[in-house]
Design a binder for this molecule. Structure first.
Ligand code: DOR
Ligand code: ZN
Length: 347
């Protein structure tokens, strides 16, 4: 049987586009299936000022395929010296939609992240006042905390105290990977949303470690045990408005993933929508894909739902995605779900 699903064009509320040759090599895939994306600022050096965000925005627009209406939504990387006036100006001009908190050392290019929240209080208070959300990489990075517990410990020791300290601060818990994260979001109605990636709906930690180490399944936060994956599936397929799609598609050249010290990140912008159609159909909730991918994030960010549409078609034949895409920065391995996908995006 062939099935067809048409939804408002999805948005990606957490995306790494990189810069230069990598940006030029990957942007077409996001531009094809998504209307807008929240662009992560963890370049080297990071995007920390409104002027830098403007210049990066220009480079992204210049790299887009001709005629594309894809809209990058810019973010600033929160540091202990971020200037509240610069943030306010960049937000009021419409350029910057959120700030990103990386605890120092949490992941790829996070060395300029926050160590002492006291120093970031003035800018966080200004963000609460003017309604600019803080996108949070929710992991503690202290050596005494097990990597599989980083998210739960972050919620208890950093996030919850921070939200109490800065009332009214709007927070997006990025790439939630645990039942603890899902439960925290569900328990707090006000000023809180969460993104969930495509790959965390599909893999658990066994996929990374059983039968040989699979570097292309390594990302941060690292995938957790199966019960957590199932909690994520329930959260997104329920249609709950607090959960929205953020692919965290994070391209690295294949040789830096297949490496003695491999980089964190899965490249999913090319096949996310067929994968999500599969996931939602498998859980009997295809009708809620639209909420997760096209509606809930717009509502959280106070933006209109896209007027363009995207059509997904399920055929008899399994879709063939490339194993790798070629970019000027080297080949990038495409996320492989490990099972057949019969959905495709209508050309
Ligand atoms: O897996 C990840 N890759 N997680 C992150 O938080 C960062 C990202 C990257 O930039 O490569
Ligand atoms: Zn990310």
């Amino acid at each position: 049987m062939t099935s067809i699903l048409t939804i408002p064009k999805p948005d990606d509320w957490h995306l790494h586009l990189r810069d230069g040759a990598m940006l030029e090599g990957v942007i077409e895939y996001s531009a094809k299936d998504f209307g807008r994306a929240i662009i992560m600022p963890n370049l080297v050096p990071p995007i920390v000022t409104g002027d830098q965000a403007k210049a990066y925005n220009d480079r992204i627009l210049a790299a887009l395929p001709k005629g594309s209406s894809f809209e990058p939504l810019m973010t600033l990387y929160l540091t202990e010296t971020t200037n509240p006036d610069d943030v306010e100006q960049a937000a009021k001009s419409g350029l910057v939609k959120a700030l990103k908190l990386y605890p120092a050392g949490a992941t790829t290019n996070s060395e300029s992240g926050v160590r002492n929240f006291d120093n970031a209080l003035p800018v966080l208070e200004r963000m609460a006042k003017i309604g600019v959300p803080l996108c949070v990489h929710g992991e503690v990075t202290t050596a005494d905390v097990d990597i599989f517990d980083r998210e739960a410990v972050f919620i208890e020791t950093v996030l919850d105290p921070l939200r109490k300290r800065v009332p009214g601060l709007r927070v997006v818990m990025e790439h939630v990977t645990t039942k603890d994260g899902v439960d925290y979001v569900k328990a707090h109605d006000k000023d809180l949303g969460a993104t969930i990636t495509t790959h965390h709906l599909i893999i658990n930690r066994n996929h990374i470690l059983v039968g040989g180490i699979k570097p292309h399944y390594y990302c941060l936060p690292v995938a957790k045990r199966e019960s957590h994956r199932l909690a994520l599936r329930d959260a997104v397929t329920s249609g709950d408005a607090r959960f929205f799609l953020g692919t965290d598609s994070a391209p690295h050249p294949t040789d830096l993933k297949e490496n003695a010290c491999g980089c964190a990140g899965c490249f999913t912008s090319i096949n996310t929508m067929p994968l999500l159609a599969h996931v939602f159909e498998e859980d009997g909730k295809l009708e809620n894909l639209e909420k997760f991918a096209s509606q809930n994030g717009s509502t959280f960010y106070g933006l209109p739902i896209n007027s363009e549409t995207l059509t997904l078609i399920k055929g008899h034949e399994a879709m063939k995605f490339p194993n790798e895409i070629q970019t000027g920065a080297g080949p990038v391995t495409v996320f492989d779900p490990g099972f057949d996908i019969n959905w495709r995006v209508e050309a």
